[in-house]
Design a protein around this ligand. Structure first.
Ligand code: NAD
Length: 493
């Protein structure tokens, strides 16, 4: 099937209160394919009236509608049904993700569509396993700790894993019993608008899920500031997260943030070098480096430093840039011209600040690639902690390589940024592997591999400036502790 056959001719509509709607001012924005920078669809932009409507609908669905009274087992059935509908539409969702985000089709199929179905199945089960506890206090008291949904949750999403991240979050929100207003990134909006069709077909009551596309500074800001939104969760850049913390102060609402990273990947000299080189390459070029947990700071023991770099360069030079639909492609396009521009600015800073450019670092000249947003895998060696490229998230296929001599030095280097999202350790010495994993100040560590093996069951938490709050279903719940006195006349004074 031609992927464009899945694209709607009319602008994609917002989803509010169980209805697909055109906003009052009928303003649209362009949806682009990053491989050619060609507009292939349009979507409506929500304005203030639509945000107000969505908040009202989500409020009503939670406070008065059937959703607020629905037992967890019924919520679970709806989630399962939606997962089955998504399963039937995996091909369509994978094509749309590949078209809009420039991802590889195989990656979109597995990391986006398959894992999204998995999120529905997992959280359908989770909805039925929500537990509190009874705390032993004394013979006169029963103390219950119960977990409640927050109520209305505003979920603000990034563009780099729009379907999977959206499903992972929305399923947790709904399993916990909340209602949701979802705001995807303007660079990756279609999958959430299509997902609204899935919720609609599955029979979720009106107002339980609402999807608003458009500007972050309008929709996101209104959700953050609205006193009728009980909680806001955002996955995105750290500077946006700081803005949200500031904007939420008047309502003191719960805010959960999953933010950027600059994750270290430490290679000790006892590794199988060829194997570790392949992992190191995968860790920073998967989805062209547009993964929050990418291993973008390679910290290599000095005794194998030059050998490792040489082999890594040769691995990088094997990558084939191209369209994600072409099965030969092993390096995909960046999401947007503006984002590629920001990556190029970092590359220039790396050169200017004296890092040794090993490979990449110059634009492709092939016309097929210059039409898109391709950046070659770029290796900078001898990068020091004071350099901008060591400290800041670049979010492209750019790797900073730094040598170390001792284990203590490797750990100190790993911990010397403001981020604390993830990290890798490669060594055959498992005592050392675990010891180093425990000392890296990050919420997620991989030993002798890279990337999570269970994003749904075991999501990582962002330490330091990589996040705020816990991950998983607990993020969308709030506790209450109840003391019940079982004795008559037990007033202490
Ligand atoms: P971004 O911060 O630019 O945007 C994220 C979302 O916030 C978008 O939907 C955007 O429209 C919205 N937004 C923008 N301004 C806002 C405002 N003033 N108020 C409320 N919302 C606003 O991030 P991005 O470029 O879409 O995504 C890339 C970033 O996301 C990277 O830094 C990456 O590391 C991070 N990320 C983190 C995780 C994680 O789990 N920690 C996962 C994926 C991506």
């Amino acid at each position: 099937m031609n992927p464009y056959d899945y694209v709607k001719k009319e602008p994609y509509q917002l989803y509010i209160d169980g209805v697909f709607v055109v906003p009052e001012d009928k303003v649209t924005f362009d949806i682009q394919n990053p491989v050619k920078n060609q507009i292939f669809a349009k979507a409506y932009k929500a304005g203030k009236p639509e945000v107000t409507r969505a908040v009202k609908a989500a409020r009503k669905a939670f406070d008065e509608g059937p959703w607020g009274k629905m037992p967890p087992r019924e919520r679970s059935k709806l989630l399962l049904k939606a997962g089955q509908i998504l399963e039937q539409r995996k091909e369509e969702f994978s094509c749309i993700e590949t078209l809009e985000c420039g991802k590889s089709y195989a990656g979109a199929r597995y990391f986006e569509a398959e894992m999204s179905v998995d999120a529905f199945e997992y959280y359908a089960g989770k909805a039925r396993c929500l537990e509190g506890k009874a705390v032993p206090i004394d013979n006169n008291t029963v103390n219950l700790v119960q977990w409640y949904p927050h109520g209305v949750v505003g979920e603000i999403l990034p563009w780099n894993g729009p379907l999977m991240m959206g499903c992972q979050k929305i399923c947790a929100i709904l399993a916990a019993g909340n209602t949701a207003i979802v705001k995807p990134s303007s660079w990756a909006s279609l999958s959430m608008l299509l997902l609204a069709e899935v919720f609609d077909e599955a029979g979720f009551p009106s107002g339980v899920v609402n999807v608003l596309t458009g500007s972050g500074s309008v929709i996101g800001d209104m959700l953050v500031k609205s006193p009728d939104v009980d909680m806001v969760a955002m996955t995105g850049g750290t500077s946006t997260g700081k803005h949200i913390i500031e904007a939420s102060k008047d309502t003191v609402k719960d805010v959960a943030l999953e933010l950027g990273g600059k994750s270290p990947n430490i290679i000790f000299d006892d590794v199988d070098i060829d194997d570790a080189v392949k992992w190191a390459r995968w860790a920073f070029t998967q989805n062209s480096g547009q993964v929050c947990v990418s291993g973008t700071r390679l910290i290599v023991q000095r005794s194998i430093y030059e050998q490792f770099i040489e082999k890594l360069q040769s691995e990088c030079e094997k990558l084939i840039p191209g369209d994600g639909f072409d099965p030969k492609t092993t390096l995909t396009s960046l999401i947007h011209r503006d984002h590629a521009q920001s990556v190029w600015e970092y590359i220039e800073k790396g050169k200017a600040e004296g890092a040794r450019l090993v490979c990449g670092g110059e634009p492709y000249t092939d016309q097929k690639l210059t039409a898109g947003n391709f950046v070659p895998p770029t290796l900078f060696a001898d990068v020091t902690p004071d350099m901008t490229i060591f400290k800041e998230e670049i979010f492209g296929p750019v790797l900073c390589i730094t040598p170390f001599d001792s284990e203590a030095e490797a750990i100190a280097l790993a911990n010397s940024t403001e981020y604390g999202l993830a990290g890798g350790v490669f060594t055959k010495n498992m005592k050392r592997g675990l010891r180093v994993a425990q000392k890296i100040h990050s919420g997620q560590i991989y030993v002798n591999s890279y990337f999570s093996k269970a994003m749904i069951e075991s999501p990582g938490t962002g330490w330091k400036q990589s996040g705020l709050g816990v991950a998983g279903i607990q993020k969308y719940m709030i506790s209450k502790t109840i003391f019940i006195d079982t004795q008559e006349g037990s007033l202490p004074m």
